[in-house]
Design a protein around this ligand. Sequence first.
Ligand code: IPE
Ligand code: IPE
Ligand code: MG
Length: 253
Amino acid sequence: MTMAGNKRGPGPGRLIAGKKIPRHVAIIMDGNGRWAKKRYLPRIAGHRAGMRTLRKIVDFANEIGVEILSLYAFSTENWKRPPGEVEFLMRLPEEYLYKELPLLIEKNIVVRIIGEPAQLPARTQKAIKTALDKTQKNTGMILNFAFNYGGRTEIVHAVKTLCAEVGRGRLSVDEITENLFEKYLYSGGMPDPDLLIRPSGELRISNFLLWQLAYTELWFTDVLWPDFKKEHFWEAVLDYQLRERRFGGVSKF
Ligand code: IPE
Ligand code: IPE
Ligand code: MG
């Protein structure tokens, strides 16, 4: 390992010379419930603690020059949870954005959403819309929340939209390519994630960015999301820098 290490802890000082920071990092923010259970607290206390981690990680990603940070916050399968928990999770965007929006604006961050916001409670939709509107002219890091997001739903949605275009005669079947298909995803136009981080010890994707993760580097840790620190983020980035991405080709070395 040729790591230019220093004793100041995580930070660009430990960047491996010549290796890049991943442009797009995706995170499955998991383990809030188990964090709370370990402390004999209700699950919602875990979600609140997870929100504190979220604030720190958004800041850190922005500081080190990540261009897009995609965060899985609520899946299409999370509706199966007890109504009280779902209700709490639906209020979180409002709470988070109420506190953070002025800072996000100040930091030139652009908020985006992938998923189906139309199915969310009116108050949640309003908070999200305000954040999108107030940050749309910003030019810095894209903070992309996956809220009411499911990878399969996203693909079906893209297929339906494409089929409708073909039906109207605006597109022919032969024109459908991988590049075109990608434009019809919620994330259309964004580069694919370079690095996916999943805390909490689960070794699965849980219906996150199924199309986009085709060649993403995966990084797992047992640390629960509320305990996840910038040190862990940095460890994931360093690990990423040591990997060779071949995209199906052959080794350069
Ligand atoms: C992730 O934490 C947050 C959401 C899915 C909204 P969990 O609530 O899934 O936490 P665990 O997996 O039960 O510990
Ligand atoms: C994935 O976590 C969804 C989010 C973090 C929002 P889950 O806790 O829902 O995933 P499973 O059920 O463990 O696969
Ligand atoms: Mg979970």
